[in-house]
Structures are given as structure tokens and as C-alpha cells.
Design a protein. Structure first.
Lengths: 367, 334
């Protein structure tokens, strides 16, 4: 194992030009990823998850300015010429996109689309590339792979298309696989199969996986470490099990509490004798990137916020070794935890003290 | 008491373009033999994967398409029997909320016109009155009456879905068909919209036909659930029954596939995939089923009653309920 991590992101900042002025889409994001590790980025729309992925493969939108450090095997990627990006992209860094229909070209047979990176990066001739494409299709367990080489994307189902997208990503044996919401467009049973496939391939090839998702369940089952993002920053990071059992940051806690879970309705009926159950909501809404507050980005929606939270951005505070949260009120956030921070078995259902606003439906705020 | 919505033996077939000049045109049965009743003020959830017929059911209930067989009775009236004028009048009673709050709102119309459009289509109301009613329903869904002059792009995803709900409410319908109303929303926003929908039901007594692929959402909102698989109802019951004691292997497969957000949830061992068999005359789920028996490949199972308000279409429902016989499929595999 080398001492240089495969991917080292330090204080990554991305500024976009918008009609309303410059917007900071990423505000000092830092994380590292070693070969063979799996890391999940979780957050809601606008938190910067996908912008992170775009920065990592050098596809930021026009006019975006990136600063900080983005090192791949110790080599700085930010500011490298486009030709160098082209050598890396699809070769050492590969990406699986959310929507398998738009990620594939409808006019080319899938065999040709899988062969494209092989011919570009590995210099294979048409016949060798086709043979390799067949092997890849078999590897992603597409049924009747030989017949399907000449099929067009519209002849495949959503799950099958996503397998083809994964085959393209794997074609050159990448060191880092970035999967941006790879299963969001799929049914749950297909989602399960695709996640199992990704996990299996990552384990077999020893590549690193950066999984981007808004689904807490997908994270819990797929990645070793996770990074919760909010307002362009990582607000909590740590081993997946530790993050789930502690829910240290108030935002992580709110996200967890707002998620409908099987059995909630029965609980609600038992508690208040009426059918249905009000979900805990996070008051307010995601701040606009153009006018992010000076202090903690979550302060305006946080029930624990104090003046100090709004004064300066909170630094990462260690919760446990390898587990940190950007919050200066961690003690207060942890207080309602029933079973204390001591050792022992993890509490299965952590307490959720997040604002459960009682009656008004207007907790989303006004435009 | 007559149910607000009664669906009897509903079927819808789609004819595809023929593959050869002389070949018969292939027919896809999108929905077959679906029956249910929905009482006023209650919520019925429809779950299933893509292609299961959920959206076809919504379109038939909304009378956007005519059924190939069977009937949809709204408030005692068969919708297919109404002439165009009567149907237009009847439409005030049932309205729809679509999945995508970005695609379902016209970007060039003011929110007031979008919300009042069902009233304009009904006729008989003046502009000023339409505007006033639009403002009132916007207020009811937690927006401001003054928002009528804004445009959809000025709102966030959750607010847009509130506008879509306001549009559905403006004719004071008794039934709202909601097709994946929260699937495109973020978790925290989804919670707000689900709370709003439950509040509106408490306050106005609206009835929901709630279509979703998310079992937890359906469990939260609905009084009864039907599970669709390839156009047929495979299981029906209260959410408590279905999600605690599912009798159909497909319902169980759906629940097993939901990722759990809990520490240590990683990588649950999964049953080995069942070898696929084609069984054109048997149960539609048999090719994927871990409980498969020889009988399942012979004849399609009918819906049968397993308990109070609980039905499933499975030959081996009792074994599934008992949770046993999970390994019988192995003895069958070639």
C-alpha cells in the first residue's frame, strides 16, 4: 500500500457564473480515497454532489472556476490541459451516470459504444475491441451477450442499459469508478441487482468507488465511508456505520428523520389514535448558492443554532477517530441520544429530535 | 354506502405496430382484471415496478383513456358511458397530480392561470373569480395568494409540487389521483409534501388514489394497498397486513429489495437467483419466484381471500405466509 492516496481532494472550491452573480457550488470540500476503498457522497439537490463528480472528471460547466487541490496519485489535476484529461477520462477515471437512456448514444449499437474507449485508450483494433466488449457484457451479466452486441439502447430495459453503461466504465480497468446516482432511475429490485454488481466488480478489480446518492439506504448497504454534503461542503464524514449510529450533525439527523420508513404509520396510529403519521421535516429550504450565509450553511434551518453558528463557518470537529462533523453544537446535538456515546452495541434507532413542526403546512418557506 | 370509486375487471390492451407485413399485430395487456373499491375520504396505494400498469390504471381512472374491458365508476357513474359534455362536467370531481413538478407546469403561464386552468376548462366562472379561487387554494397548500402572478421557475421543486396540488384542488374534487407525487423530490421536501397531503385529507376529506413505487411512502399515507405485477393485482390488503405478513412472493421481493438505512445494514445475504423458466400459461411471477411449484407453471393463480381484507394471487400463499419452503425451488431446477 502506498502512502499517497489514490485521490486526494483538499479545499476544493468551484465558483459558477450565474445570472445572479457568482455562486460557490463547492466551498472547501476535502476528502481522500485510497485504492479499493468505497466512499459515498450523500445530500440533497444543490448540495454539490454532482459538481464534485464533474470536477473529478474535468467536465465542469463553462465559466466555472475551480481552486484548491485535486490530486490523483499525487498528480495535480486542476488546471491540466484538456489533452491530459482526455487520457485519464474513461481510462483511469470512469463514470456511471444516473440516466442510462441519455448516457448511451441511441444511434450506435452498444457493442460499438463499449469498444470506443478500448480503441481510443488501449489502441485495440476493431476485432479485438469487439471481443473485449463481449467479455465485458458477460462480466456485467447481461443475458444473451453475444446477441446483444449489435442491439441498440432502445432495445434494452433500464436495468440492462445501466449494465451497458457500467461495462463502458469498466472497459479500460479504471482505478476510480464514480457512480452518480446509478440506480435512481431504476426499480428497487433492479436497483438491488445493479448495486450488487457494482459492489462485486469493485471488490474483484480493487478499484476505488465514489458513489453519489441521495438515498440513505443505498449508502448504508454499499459504502465503507460516507460524506454528508450540504451547501457545497462536507458536513459529516466517517465510517458508514458510525455515521448512521451517531447521526452527529443536525442535518444528517434531519435527513434521517424525514425519510419515510415502513411501519411509521402504524406507530403514528398507536401514538395519536389517528391514521397517518407526520414526518419530521427540516424547516426552511436549501440555501441559494448565490447568497450562502457567512457562518454555518445549515444554521437557518437548525433548531440548535446559536449566534456563534452564524458568525463563522464551523471547522470540522472530531466525533471519534476518523469521524468528524462541521458543527459547533455537537454536544447539544448528541444530548438526546438515549444510550450515550459509550462502547457497546450500536443503538438500532437513534433519537430524532429534529423540528417536527406541528400543524402548518408552510414549513418550506416562501419564494 | 356506495364507494366513491369502483373499478370492476378493468383491462387495457395496447396494440403494437406489426413486425412484418403479414404478421398479426402484437398486443400488450397493460392491465388485466383489476377490481377494487375506494371509499370517500380513504386512500388507496398502488405499488409495483415500471411496466406493472400503475400509470395505465391512473389514466383509466382519470378517463384519459377508455378501458378495453371492465368499468370505472366514479360516484356511481360509469365514466365510459358519459358523453363528452357530461364527462367534462364530471371531471371536476377527480383531478390528478403528476410526478414531475418541472414538466407538469407550463413555464409561460402565471401560476394563477396554471392553477385556475381546470376551472377555465369547466367554464362558467369569470376570470376574477378564477383568480380568487386560485389564490385561495395556493393559500391552502402553504403558498401565498399573491403568488398567482409569479411563474413556475421562481419556485423550488417542493413548492412546484404544491402548485400542482393546488391545481388539482381548485375544482374541489373528491378524488385526487396522484401518480408518483413525491418521487422527484428530495427527502426533506418529500416529507413536507407528504405531510401536506395528509393535512389536506384531514381538512377537506379528499380521497387519494396514490401511485408510488416507494413502499414506505404508501405505508405512510394509505389505508389500503394493491400490488400490481405485469398488469394484474397480485396482492391487496391493509399496509399493516401487507408489509408485516405479505402472502405473495413478489410483495416480499419488493420489500427485501428496499435498502435499509441502519448501521450495519451492509450487504445482506441474498438468496441465489432462481433459474428463469418461461411459463406462458402459468403465473406471471413464476419465472422469478423462489417459492415456485410445478402447479405455478400450469395455471395462473386467481386472487383469493387469505384473511379479513387480505387477498393474494398465489398458489402457495399459505407457505409464503408461514415463511417456509424457501428452498423448494431448488428441487425444481433442471
Amino acid at each position: 500500500m502506498t502512502s499517497v492516496p489514490l485521490l486526494d481532494v483538499q479545499d476544493l472550491r468551484v465558483t459558477l457564473n450565474t445570472p445572479r452573480g457568482p455562486a460557490e457550488a463547492l466551498r472547501g470540500l476535502s476528502f481522500t480515497l485510497r485504492r479499493g476503498e468505497t466512499l459515498g457522497l450523500i445530500g440533497e439537490s444543490g448540495c454539490g454532489k454532482s459538481m464534485t463528480a464533474l470536477a473529478l472528471i474535468g467536465l465542469l460547466p463553462d465559466g466555472a472556476r475551480a481552486s484548491g487541490a485535486l490530486r490523483f496519485e499525487g498528480r495535480e489535476l486542476l488546471g491540466q490541459p484538456e489533452a491530459d484529461w482526455c487520457r485519464l477520462r474513461g481510462n483511469r477515471l470512469a463514470m456511471v451516470f444516473q440516466e442510462p437512456m441519455t448516457a448511451l448514444n441511441p444511434l450506435h449499437p452498444i457493442g460499438r459504444q463499449i469498444a470506443e474507449p478500448l480503441r481510443l485508450h488501449k489502441g485495440l483494433d476493431a476485432r479485438a475491441a469487439r471481443a473485449e466488449a463481449l467479455r465485458l457484457l458477460q462480466r456485467v451479466q447481461l443475458p444473451q451477450a453475444e446477441k446483444r452486441l449489435d442491439a441498440y439502447p432502445h432495445q434494452l430495459s433500464g436495468g440492462q442499459r445501466q449494465r451497458v453503461v457500467i461495462a463502458i466504465a469498466l472497459a479500460c480497468g479504471p482505478d476510480l469508478l464514480i457512480a452518480d446516482e446509478p440506480t435512481t432511475a431504476l426499480d428497487v429490485t433492479i436497483q438491488r441487482e445493479v448495486l450488487d454488481l457494482i459492489a462485486q466488480l469493485v471488490a474483484e478489480d480493487g478499484m476505488a468507488l465514489l458513489l453519489i446518492s441521495h438515498d440513505l439506504g443505498v449508502m448504508a448497504e454499499t459504502v465503507q465511508r460516507m460524506l454528508v454534503m450540504y451547501g457545497g461542503q462536507g458536513v459529516e464524514s466517517g465510517p458508514t456505520d458510525a455515521v448512521f449510529s451517531q447521526l452527529a450533525h443536525p442535518y444528517t439527523r434531519g435527513l434521517f428523520a424525514a425519510r419515510p420508513r415502513l411501519g411509521l404509520r402504524a406507530q403514528g396510529a398507536a401514538q395519536n389514535g389517528r391514521r397517518g403519521h407526520r414526518l419530521a421535516t427540516i424547516p426552511g429550504r436549501v440555501p441559494e448558492l448565490v447568497d450562502l450565509p457567512a457562518g454555518c450553511g445549515f444554521a437557518d434551518r437548525c433548531t440548535l443554532a446559536q449566534d456563534a453558528c452564524r458568525a463563522a463557518p464551523p471547522p470540522p470537529t472530531e466525533v471519534a477517530p476518523g469521524h468528524a462533523a462541521r458543527c459547533i453544537r455537537l454536544d447539544a446535538a448528541a444530548a438526546p441520544e438515549p444510550s450515550g456515546p459509550g462502547a457497546g452495541p450500536l443503538p438500532s434507532r437513534p433519537a430524532m429530535p429534529v423540528g417536527d413542526s406541528p400543524t402548518t403546512p408552510s414549513d418550506e418557506g416562501q419564494a | 354506502m356506495t364507494p366513491l370509486l369502483q373499478v370492476r375487471d378493468l383491462a387495457r390492451h395496447y396494440t403494437l405496430p406489426r413486425e412484418h407485413l403479414l404478421a398479426a399485430a402484437p398486443v400488450v395487456p397493460a392491465l388485466q382484471g383489476v377490481s377494487f373499491m375506494l371509499q370517500a375520504g380513504h386512500s388507496l396505494g398502488v405499488v409495483g415496478e415500471s411496466g406493472s400498469g400503475k400509470s395505465t390504471l391512473a389514466r383509466l381512472v382519470m378517463a384519459l383513456e377508455a378501458p378495453s374491458a371492465g368499468s370505472v365508476c366514479f360516484d356511481g357513474q360509469d365514466l365510459a358511458a358519459l358523453d363528452a359534455r357530461a364527462l367534462r362536467r364530471a371531471r371536476a370531481g377527480f383531478q390528478m397530480v403528476f410526478q414531475d413538478p418541472f414538466g407538469s407546469l407550463d413555464p409561460r403561464q402565471s401560476v394563477g392561470r396554471i392553477v385556475a386552468e381546470p376551472l377555465a376548462a369547466q367554464g362558467g366562472t369569470r376570470r376574477a373569480e378564477q383568480r380568487e379561487r386560485a389564490g385561495a387554494v395556493l393559500d391552502a397548500v402553504g403558498l401565498r395568494a399573491a403568488d398567482v402572478d409569479k411563474y413556475a421557475h421562481e419556485f423550488s421543486g417542493g413548492q412546484r409540487q404544491r402548485i400542482a396540488i393546488a391545481r388539482a384542488l381548485v375544482t374541489e374534487p373528491r378524488l385526487i389521483v396522484a401518480d408518483e407525487p413525491v418521487s422527484a423530490l428530495d427527502v426533506s421536501v418529500q416529507a413536507q409534501v407528504l405531510n401536506l397531503m395528509q393535512d389536506l385529507q384531514d381538512r377537506l376529506g379528499v380521497t387519494y388514489l396514490f401511485i408510488s413505487h416507494d413502499l414506505a411512502v404508501v405505508d405512510l399515507v394509505c389505508d389500503e394497498v394493491i400490488v400490481l405485477y405485469q398488469g394484474r393485482v397480485v396482492e391487496q390488503g391493509s399496509p399493516e397486513t401487507l408489509f408485516n405478513a405479505a402472502a405473495h412472493p413478489y410483495t416480499r421481493a419488493l420489500m427485501d429489495a428496499v435498502p435499509r438505512a441502519a448501521p450495519g445494514a451492509r450487504r445482506r445475504p441474498r438468496a441465489a437467483p432462481v433459474p428463469l423458466l418461461s411459463a406462458p400459461q402459468g403465473c406471471a411471477f413464476a419465472p422469478r419466484c423462489a417459492w415456485r411449484q410445478p402447479a405455478c407453471l400450469q395455471a395462473p393463480p386467481a386472487l383469493r381471500v387469505l384473511g379479513t381484507g387480505h387477498q393474494a394471487a398465489c398458489h402457495v400463499a399459505e407457505a409464503v405466509l408461514a415463511g417456509s419452503a424457501h428452498d423448494t425451488a431448488e428441487s425444481l431446477s433442471p
